[in-house]
Design a protein. Structure first.
Length: 263
């Protein structure tokens, strides 16, 4: 009986192995056909469209900006009142953005920011120096919703990821307690999310304003540590952009729902 069962088991194994081989062959054939179809379709499509050569020397911009940096965390009294936050717990920040317009919808950016943060509570107060760099992308909301617009005022959303370093000093009101100094030593990750608007003054110059929040992977910017929440800070700024070699780009229009307008 045992021998019969072993024979049946071996037969089942052999059938399962055959099925695996056959299914693997079929999967390979299907994948090959799909890739072949995709390549041939893209080739025919590209021949029909004949897109222009992408030129990396065009549509660059340099933005200089300045504004207010505000901290949100443990050593802070005005997290729920942004007006008082700007008046009493904000410092000056400034930066530079190097951008490349990919198309009328998307920009890529490399942003540098240097600023100070400060805050206080009933027991202590702190000050910190912050230096960060982020890689960002922006989405032009006006061009997305109104592809054929010819306006000069645009709204955009912004998102990015980068690193920052800080050095902070926490001072206690109790004179018997020593100041606490915290320095990252190595860069920490920071996630950027925000929105902005710009007005095109001319093909070469534009004026912009932004509100961005920075969510950090650190809870000691203010010199204290809370296991529940991470620290974050904001940057409200105004700036001016100089567009370098700002050439017009032409894009095909989708017949029914054009998402990208001609430039």
């Amino acid at each position: 009986m045992l021998i019969k069962n072993m024979g049946i088991t071996n037969k089942i194994r052999r059938k399962a192995e055959r099925l695996k081989k056959v299914s693997g062959i079929y999967a390979f054939i299907c994948l090959f056909l799909a890739l072949s179809f995709s390549v041939s379709t893209n080739a025919q499509y590209s021949k029909r469209l004949k897109p222009k050569k992408f030129e990396w020397t065009k549509n660059w911009g340099v933005n200089l900006n300045m504004g207010a940096t505000s901290f949100f965390g443990d050593v802070s009294l005005y997290d729920d009142d942004y007006a008082d936050k700007l008046k009493k717990e904000s410092s000056v920040g400034y930066g530079i953005i190097i951008s490349r317009r990919i198309n009328p919808l998307f920009n890529l950016e490399l942003q540098f920011l240097k600023g100070k943060l400060k805050g206080k509570n009933s027991k202590s107060h702190f000050e910190a120096d912050v230096l960060e760099y982020t890689f960002n992308t922006t989405l032009n909301i006006v061009n997305l919703l109104l592809p054929d617009n010819e306006g000069r005022f645009f709204l955009y959303a912004k998102m990015g990821l980068g690193q920052f370093r800080f050095s902070s000093r926490l001072t206690y009101k109790d004179p018997e307690k020593e100041d606490r100094i915290v320095d990252t030593g190595v860069p920490e990750f920071v996630f950027l999310l925000g929105t902005g608007a710009y007005y095109s003054l001319s093909p070469s110059f534009s004026f912009n304003a932004e509100v961005n929040g920075r969510m950090t992977n650190n809870d000691q910017i203010d010199g204290t540590k809370n296991k529940k929440d991470k620290d974050y800070y904001s940057y409200i700024s105004i700036g001016i952009t100089y567009n370098i070699n700002n050439a017009k780009q032409h894009y095909r229009k989708i017949k029914k729902t054009p998402l990208i307008r001609k430039y």
